[in-house]
Design a protein around this ligand. Sequence first.
Ligand SMILES: NC(=O)c1ccc[n+]([C@@H]2O[C@H](COP(=O)([O-])OP(=O)(O)OC[C@H]3O[C@@H](n4cnc5c(N)ncnc54)[C@H](OP(=O)(O)O)[C@@H]3O)[C@@H](O)[C@H]2O)c1
Length: 340
Amino acid sequence: MKIFRAFRVEETRQAGKTSRVGRFVSMDETMLDAGDVLIRVICAAVSHRDALAATGQAASVRRLPCVVGTDLAGIVVSSAAPRFRPGDQVIATSHELGVSHHGGYAEYALVPGGWVLPLPAGLSLEEAMAIGSPGLAAALAITRMEAGGLKPENGPVMVTGATGGVGSLAVDMLAGRGYEVAALTRKAGREDWLKSIGAASVLPFAPEPVRHALDKGRWAGVVDVLGGDVLSGLLASTKPNGMVASIGMLSGTVLNTTLMPFVLRGVSILGIDSVYAGFSVREKVWERLSGDLKPRHLQRISQKVGFDALPDVFEKLIAALACGRTVVQIAPAGDTEDSP
Ligand SMILES: NC(=O)c1ccc[n+]([C@@H]2O[C@H](COP(=O)([O-])OP(=O)(O)OC[C@H]3O[C@@H](n4cnc5c(N)ncnc54)[C@H](OP(=O)(O)O)[C@@H]3O)[C@@H](O)[C@H]2O)c1
């Protein structure tokens, strides 16, 4: 039985105290979770959430030990699901990966068939991981905002957390569709980078209490990952019939607002959940991500690192020094060994 490498978060006890640590370990096939599709993982990706989980700082991992990594891409080794054959290139994002089912930071993954999609034509495995769950969320937001009437001629669209995964991919996709994008960021030195991926203007993040229930309407649309008072302020400054997509809550889970933006301006707030989005929704949105919504600056937005570099990447993400997306090469793409 072949032994393979994984990065796993585990519980340890020292001096009577329990804590979580992440480390590289050796695993074999019998240690994988139940699933229908055995995948030779070629690459994965790292988000802020993965970094917190991998360093034991997030309670989001519900089963220990657990291989971390919410997104993975690779080649089918064997499949009990008739949709897949050995050699197929596939992706799996979110669901329970890295939460209560072993995730992407291992050379092999055994995954329920319903979580697996064929690699969309027009994307490489690496590009699919540069997009990953954050890109799926950004694309879901754009799809739903446009279904609600958002068009480039309605006015500018604000993107918060703009240098992050969701933010940078949303900036790129929106600009590619002809929107004037305003990017909100805490990183003063990243203005040029944000403009190079499509932002028309860059605004500094300056949290302040919301003063008015309604301000001057500035945004035709908003893609927000921050929540809290930032989202309250953006709702108050959204134009009549504007669309606000709520994707994350990095700066607060409580929304302090009034009904005025909704009742007096017809503003809509759309909750975006890419984690449990249904199979057919994912399939359609991934098709668009490899077509009309494909980000034009993926090479600028993403960087690739080797498996060994994971601990350094976690540190950078937690210290908020990272920009865009980080793709992790788990196995060399040319590696044809296909059975654990
Ligand atoms: N709903 C869904 O389906 C879905 C899918 C994927 C991700 N998410 C969530 O969306 C959020 C963003 O994900 P991501 O992958 O883009 O994360 P990320 O790559 O870590 O980026 C988040 C960005 O937000 C800004 N930021 C982070 N913490 C902040 C804080 N406390 N206050 C203000 N700004 C802060 C930073 O950008 P600047 O430095 O440019 O300001 C950071 O780069 C996370 O909460 C994630 O869990 C939700």
